[in-house]
Design a protein around this ligand. Structure first.
Ligand SMILES: Cc1cc2nc3c(=O)[nH]c(=O)nc-3n(C[C@H](O)[C@H](O)[C@H](O)COP(=O)(O)OP(=O)(O)OC[C@H]3O[C@@H](n4cnc5c(N)ncnc54)[C@H](O)[C@@H]3O)c2cc1C
Length: 287
């Protein structure tokens, strides 16, 4: 199918974007890498009057180490993240997740801001952002607001980004030697959206889990934490008994709808499998 007609404007800077958003309000849509939006237009899932192309705004690109966070500009591409030594060193969970994002051609154009702002529940970055409780930085003509990932993903394709606002960057907390991270997913073919995925972030006190975040993707209408399994693991060592306790707790945490990839009971089974694999791997790994 072909997309509906739309107007197009290429923003030179963020002020241009705010001005166009103010003029066109909800009938405008931001275009970043276009790797999701252009497909949505062709499928007539979106029908904006005008596309505001932000891809030329340099201030929204790049990766920078701050004192307590790694700041990634919204227009940083998946491939730039994949090839970043800063990401490998300071946000290893993101480094583990990015090879699962689509294919090379899509990773050349698609951006982290586009993925986070889209809020696809089966996408990798939202699950990673939730596991690390990253900070999303949103700007409008009125100024800047910082939203924690726990409050950012609202429901299917709905995030805290309001009309006339732009996601400009995301800040991930820096990993320390007390952390262990594992990202795993199961997809029918490499590069496809996952049937189920899991981002694990553990803060260890020696061999004891002091804090734990388990963030699942493709299990709800947004990425979700598994609070009962997280509680079951806190204060435990990683061993077969604690893994089983956490797996059993997942029954009360996850209530996935079936989708085209798998029915609900298959997804719940796969979530248990991933949790066991991820915790076993975490037990053997170091940052
Ligand atoms: C075949 C195929 C396979 C794919 N597989 C995967 C996969 O396995 N995992 C995965 O995560 N993704 C996958 N994707 C999606 C890809 O990662 C996209 O690049 C990404 O989801 C969107 O980024 P984008 O820069 O292309 O955004 P766009 O497509 O330009 O925009 C996406 C949406 O976000 C909005 N938006 C974009 N940037 C901003 C911003 N800075 N502020 C506010 N709103 C903004 C747009 O208005 C639009 O609604 C796949 C895509 C294709 C075509």
């Amino acid at each position: 199918m072909k997309s509906p007609d739309f107007d197009y404007v290429k923003a030179k800077n963020i002020e241009d974007v705010f001005a166009s958003l103010h003029t066109y309000k909800d009938s405008a849509q931001i275009l970043a890498g276009g790797q999701s939006l252009l497909a949505m237009l062709n499928l007539r899932m979106a029908n904006p009057q005008i596309l505001i192309d932000i891809s030329g705004i340099d201030s929204m690109k790049g990766i920078e180490k701050l004192s307590s966070a790694l700041r990634i500009g919204a227009l940083t591409t998946h491939n730039e993240i994949l090839n970043s030594d800063l990401v490998k060193l300071h946000v290893p969970l993101l480094a583990q997740a990015v090879p699962y994002v689509a294919h090379l051609a899509i990773r050349n154009k698609g951006t982290i801001g586009g993925s986070l702002a889209l809020g696809d529940p089966a996408a990798e970055y939202p699950a990673v952002a939730l596991a690390l409780n990253a900070t999303l930085i949103i700007q409008s003509s009125k100024g800047e607001r910082r939203v924690k990932a726990h409050d950012f993903f609202l429901s299917l394709y709905r995030t805290a980004v309001q009309s006339e606002e732009v996601l400009v960057a995301v800040e991930f907390p820096l990993a320390t030697s007390n952390h262990r991270f594992v990202f795993l997913e199961l997809a029918r073919r490499k590069g496809d959206y996952a049937m189920v995925g899991l981002a694990v972030a553990l803060t260890m006190d020696g061999k004891t889990i002091r804090e734990c975040a388990l963030s699942f993707m493709a299990m709800d209408d947004k990425p979700v934490l598994a609070p009962n399994a997280m509680k079951a693991l806190t204060g435990q060592h990683i061993h077969p008994e604690s893994i089983l306790l956490a797996q059993n707790a997942l029954d009360t945490d996850l209530d996935p709808p079936g989708d085209l990839q798998a029915n609900a009971s298959t997804k719940k089974h796969l979530a248990r499998v991933l949790l066991s694999r991820a915790l076993t791997q975490a037990g053997e790994s170091h940052v």
